[in-house]
Design a protein around this ligand. Structure first.
Ligand SMILES: [Fe+2]
Ligand SMILES: [Fe+2]
Length: 215
């Protein structure tokens, strides 16, 4: 299986221990820098600090969503095309990661934001397929389906549930109840826009990705 997403996913090695991994590409070079070189080169120092910060963020992100990523149901989201050539798993990971980083820097609830971001589109049908039977319009019904599916694999807090329920705000009328919900709803739209732009300018059948994981 191949997962494509736009963000560095250094936490992935930990989840593939139980899965047969054939190949892995990471966007970050983790080789330690020589101390003397760091002292004499501010650019190298800045680069080192940046890598260190990203690495810490990735570790924290994995602590929050690692358990979910080991779940087979979540992995099945990779079988569905979500926007253009992005799979639903790739899209959900991007929304979860970007939302988590924003919440983390604002010192809001980064754990719930990451978890809800990953689960916000947890439905298992092609939303373009009009013959699929569903209650109401897809735009308003899929958050409810996602909550139902998410509750089968984890316990959702009130905050996480509301983030998922209201992530379509602006297309639907009722806004999120909590501030973290606004992060996910805007990041979701930004990711959808990014996926559309990539599809527009790329002839690839799979989107250009900084990171890809094969197993
Ligand atoms: Fe959605
Ligand atoms: Fe989404």
């Amino acid at each position: 299986m191949i997962i494509w997403c736009i963000l560095p996913l250094d936490f992935i090695p930990e989840i593939i221990e139980n899965i047969q991994c054939t190949e892995i590409y990471l966007s970050l070079d983790k080789s330690p820098l020589n101390g003397a070189m760091l002292m004499s080169n501010p650019l190298a120092w800045a680069k080192y600090k940046w890598k260190h910060m990203v690495s810490e963020l990735n570790d924290e992100f994995y602590r929050y969503v690692g358990e979910l990523l080991e779940n087979e149901q979540i992995m099945q989201l990779d079988n569905f095309t979500h926007h253009h050539s992005f799979t639903r798993l790739g899209h959900s990971l991007d929304v979860a990661y970007v939302s988590f980083v924003i919440a983390r820097f604002l010192k809001w609830d980064a754990r719930s934001t990451a978890r809800a971001g990953l689960l916000h589109d947890m439905f298992f049908y092609d939303w373009r397929d009009k013959s699929y039977e569903r209650e109401g319009h897809h735009v308003s019904s899929h958050p409810l389906v996602a909550i139902e599916n998410a509750k089968r694999i984890t316990i959702l807090s009130k905050l996480e549930e509301n983030i998922i329920l209201r992530h379509m705000w602006l297309v639907t009328l009722i806004p999120p109840r909590y501030k973290e919900g606004y992060i996910v709803t805007f990041v979701d739209k930004a990711c959808a826009l990014h996926e559309g732009i990539v599809a527009l300018f790329s002839r690839r059948t799979k989107p250009r990705a900084i990171t890809s994981v094969n197993w």
